[in-house]
Design a protein around this ligand. Sequence first.
Ligand SMILES: C[S@@+](CC[C@H](N)C(=O)[O-])C[C@H]1O[C@@H](n2cnc3c(N)ncnc32)[C@H](O)[C@@H]1O
Length: 328
Amino acid sequence: MNYQQAMPGINLEPFFEQTKGLELGQYHNFLRQALASRIGSRPHGRDQEWYQLLNTLPQLSRVDANFKVDQVSLSTAAGIDQAALRKTLMGLHPWRKGPFNILGVEVHAEWRSDRKWQRIRPHLSTLKGRRVLDVGTGNGYFLYRMLGEQVDLALGIDPTRLFLYQFQALQNLQAENNAFLLPLTDEDLPPCQFFDTVFSLGVLYHRRQPVQHLQRLISALRPGGELVLETLIINEASKSLKPTGRYAQMRNVWLIPTLKYIKELLQQCACEDIKVVDVNVTSTQEQRSTEWMRFQSLADFLDPEDSSKTIEGYPAPVRAVIIATKPD
Ligand SMILES: C[S@@+](CC[C@H](N)C(=O)[O-])C[C@H]1O[C@@H](n2cnc3c(N)ncnc32)[C@H](O)[C@@H]1O
């Protein structure tokens, strides 16, 4: 079974078309095999439902995209049935990353991802003309913000099928651009040494083996390229926190490092010029339930009597942004 059969409505060919003349073209077979083994034999239970939703999106000849603003926006002069569009987009619930204004429908996602972007962007080497990879990108919100910085190519990978359908919905509404999302994990990355900047935002603590995660990111980076890591951290003397059971109700948090430990890991991976550029306590304004994400969110995961702790008694979420360079 090929990916089109396993994921109706998903079109990954523009990525292969766009990159075939580049050095990344050498890894197309590698990537196609990774796609086949990750998704080919495992259709998702809701693919058909999401495919039907994609088919109800309006087909428009002219849509303007604005990726430079916090609320990524698509707009058109054509008349839009807003109620119908809203219903379609709601069918792709839950929206974790945003905000978006999609042809007049405001999608207030669980996360104000614009705030994370504001903490990261000022510290990056200019993104203009760069080829960037975002590992664990979610639904593409950050890929659009990277396009807003005039990158040449913004490739995201993320295994969560719903996010791929959200991204495809956004892509189907607008003219072709240079953002692409492949339903892959860090384990599927080729050692291509191709990207100028590699992002891993909010993924490290979901990986059981953080060093391998970092090594995979670095092997996708060209010599002299920039690694941008955003992760939960722990402000304690120990090396890291390994939650027993859940952390802030998340089942898949394996290890939360201290900043010192992250620096050690990056040094082990031969990174240079390692800088901590931001440390931030996650607020309930940045991560919250909305009508577009109707499940519980951060406020429900903190101790009601002491918001400096999670309901499991661990320190509440604090996140850091670390930037490092791969030696030339
Ligand atoms: C906490 S979210 C972070 C999303 C986004 N990068 C952000 O910072 O808001 C973690 C994301 O990583 C994805 N993910 C989980 N395991 C992954 C892996 N091994 N490789 C790549 N992405 C992964 C999940 O599907 C999810 O979208």
